[in-house]
Design a protein around this ligand. Structure first.
Ligand code: C5P
Length: 223
């Protein structure tokens, strides 16, 4: 779980993973959602280098390994891979910033890996019209029916992911793209709107609303 980003687009404050959401750090929500899936074994978190000890204390109840993150996301993922025990052969890479990802998305990625996929990404159709632009000028409109927005967790056979990371130092915003450039096959499973990435201040408001709706649903079920 790469969680070492500063969250500059969220505005001034703590590193993103330590910002509070409904009274708890975002990272606690993220690890809890992973831990809610029984097939998840070892969890390795890449924390901001200056907060490794604090993150270790914060996550003490969740049985995680905490390593210092790197200068960019790819570097942070690389460091978590280096900390995996040798007997692990299927790996999920999950952005801490997608801290409300429902368990069924995580389970779908695991199931696709167990069914034999080399690499798996959760995807959603695109709601907006997408245009190709240069400066302020529109060059054309992309056929959105053929596009998907990609979420995490992304799942990999460990050897496939390690090979992709060893080969790739080109700037990549996700791990599956490193597999794609090596000619590997990446398959998709359905994502979920609630697996959105917390990036800007509005996303924090949305996340608070999702949590409030979940807790009122579970309150109704308990009654
Ligand atoms: O910046 P972005 O939102 O794309 O980051 C995606 C994920 O990568 C976040 O969970 C963030 O904490 C993580 N990240 C990291 N190390 C960095 C930069 C980002 O672990 N140096």
């Amino acid at each position: 779980m790469p969680a070492a980003g500063l969250g500059v687009r969220l505005g001034p404050g703590q590193p993103k993973a330590l910002r509070e959401l409904a009274g708890e750090p975002l990272l606690v929500h993220a690890v809890r959602s992973l831990r809610s899936v029984p097939s998840i074994g070892v969890v390795v978190v890449a924390a901001p280098a200056s907060d490794v000890e604090a993150v270790g204390r914060l996550l003490a109840a969740y049985d995680v390994v905490v390593v210092p993150g790197g200068d960019d996301r790819q570097d942070s993922v690389h460091r978590t891979l280096a900390a995996l025990p040798p007997d692990v052969d299927l790996v999920l890479v999950h952005d801490a910033a997608r801290c409300l990802t429902p368990g069924h998305v995580i389970e779908a990625v695991v199931a696709a890996l167990r069914a034999g996929a080399d690499a798996v990404v959760p995807v959603l159709p695109i709601a907006d019209t997408v245009k190709h632009v240069e400066g302020v000028r529109v060059l054309g409109t992309v056929d959105r029916a053929a596009l998907r927005a990609v979420q995490t967790p992304q799942g990999f056979r460990r050897d496939v992911l390690e090979q992709a990371h060893a080969a790739g130092r080109q700037a990549a915003t996700d791990d599956a793209s490193l597999v794609e450039v090596l000619g590997g096959t990446v398959t998709t499973v359905p994502g979920d709107d609630e697996a959105f990435k917390i990036t800007r201040p509005l996303d924090l408001l949305l996340a608070e609303a999702v949590l409030a709706a979940r807790s009122s649903r579970s309150g109704r079920h308990a009654r």
